[in-house]
Design a protein around this ligand. Structure first.
Ligand code: SIN
Ligand code: CO
Length: 406
């Protein structure tokens, strides 16, 4: 007998100085100070509900999502899925028909499902536990389900990851080795020279934190083994600078003075006609200085907008029967408005970016305040609001970026 574990939503104000079972009795503050980006941490009984259920002699806890549900999710276009089989190594991208996925009785396969927070409330709730880490760093929650012996092979990630064991046992072997060269002959990123330094068998409710570039190999010991990975991205400076510069270039559209054309009444007759004129260089340099492009403040809006872009496969569906502005306001006084699970919201001071757009630009103060609450708390309710028509809040509701709580 077993029943699905139902992970609770974390409280709005996380007690980041208190000891948490999730980190083996240390606080998130301590975790960040001593382990984050520094060294691995194994936590036995990170989710105490699992061991408590088995000690009490009642039903044991199963993963919140069953094999059947995961297979169903892997058949959907909007779910990013991969099937990896070892012996020999094979790799395929989803969506997968049910029959393409091996049964639980088969060995040496694993199915990986990315972005699960958008598809199951249990996964979204688990992410809420990690909101002591900036939202800009969060990537997603990936679920793996495997037959005995299944795994993705020894590899390293450029991400920080919390590997939560949700069903069955998985053996983890890790190494902080310097040699991260890959086996070029394989279709997957597998280390050619993995030398295990530590190994553990994780049971349901255990968790392993790995900083980037720690080599690791997880092998399923039981059929239906599930590992839930909470992953944190760290973009390269190249990516941040390129994306920030693109958006900065686009924002020049909003400066009408720049339409003015270059003029050179002072140009003299030249014997070096092939050279870029000194007069053009001088005037352009003045324009560049006026834009203060070297100052970080000019650059951050574009970077924040970029980091608030939803995942590539995110899909937004507006409400099938949209409320008119008055009905929307009435509902807003009764129910919480919250971001759709695929929506990303980030703040830069009081400016809020939602799914790549500055949603606070040219908005009424109450709308700006609403977005700030949504960004901080991921929930918003209001008793008095007006002038909602045409506001970015109402538009985001119509676009399916914001939804009402049931
Ligand atoms: C897995 O869950 O099987 C793979 C996770 C990882 O090693 O990154
Ligand atoms: Co990994």
């Amino acid at each position: 007998m077993s029943k699905p574990y139902q992970p609770p939503l974390a409280p709005k104000n996380l007690p980041i100085s208190d000891p948490w079972a999730l980190f083996g009795g240390i606080s998130p503050k301590r975790f960040m100070q001593d382990y984050w980006q520094k060294k691995p941490l194994l936590i036995r009984g990170a989710i105490p509900a699992f061991s408590m259920a088995s000690q009490n002699g009642g039903p044991t806890l199963a993963s919140p999502i069953s094999y059947v549900e995961l297979i169903q999710l892997a058949s959907q276009e909007e779910v990013e899925s991969r099937l990896i089989q070892s012996q020999p190594w094979r790799f395929e991208h989803g969506p997968f028909q049910k029959k393409a996925i091996p049964s639980l009785k088969k060995s040496s396969w694993t199915l990986l499902l990315q972005g699960m927070e958008a598809h199951h409330p249990a996964a979204a709730n688990i992410l809420s536990w990690f909101r002591f880490i900036p939202d800009a760093r969060l990537d997603d929650l990936m679920i793996s389900i495997a037959g005995v012996g299944g795994g993705v092979g020894p590899h390293f990630d450029s991400y920080d990851v919390f590997l939560i064991q949700m069903a069955g046992r998985r053996q983890w072997r890790i190494s902080e080795q310097k040699d991260l060269s890959l086996n070029q002959k394989l279709p997957l990123k597998i280390l050619q020279n993995f030398q295990c330094k530590q190994e553990w068998v994780l049971e349901p409710g255990d968790m392993l934190y790995l900083p980037p570039h720690v080599a690791h190999d997880g092998v399923a010991l039981d059929a239906g083994c599930q590992t839930w990975s909470v992953g944190f991205r760290s973009p390269s400076f190249k990516e941040l600078l390129q994306e920030g510069l693109w958006r900065l270039a686009e924002s020049l559209e909003n400066i009408p003075e720049l339409e003015q054309k270059f003029a050179d009444p002072k140009q003299t007759a030249t014997t070096n006609a092939e050279q870029l004129p000194a007069e053009l260089i001088k005037q352009l340099s003045t324009q560049l200085q006026k834009l203060k492009l070297h100052q970080i403040d000019a650059f951050l809006p574009g970077v924040t907008a970029y980091l608030s872009e939803p995942k590539q496969q995110a899909f937004f569906d507006g409400p099938s029967k949209p409320l008119n502005p008055n009905a929307f306001l009435k509902k807003l006084s009764q129910k919480h408005l919250k971001p759709s699970p695929q929506t990303r919201i980030l703040s830069l001071g009081k400016t809020v970016y939602c799914n790549g757009e500055d949603v606070t630009r040219d908005q009424a103060p109450k709308v700006i305040a609403a977005w700030n609450t949504l960004s901080a708390n991921k929930l918003f309710k209001a008793s008095v609001m007006s002038d909602i028509q045409g506001s970015s809040l109402y538009e985001a509701y119509l676009a399916g970026w914001l939804i009402f709580e049931q």
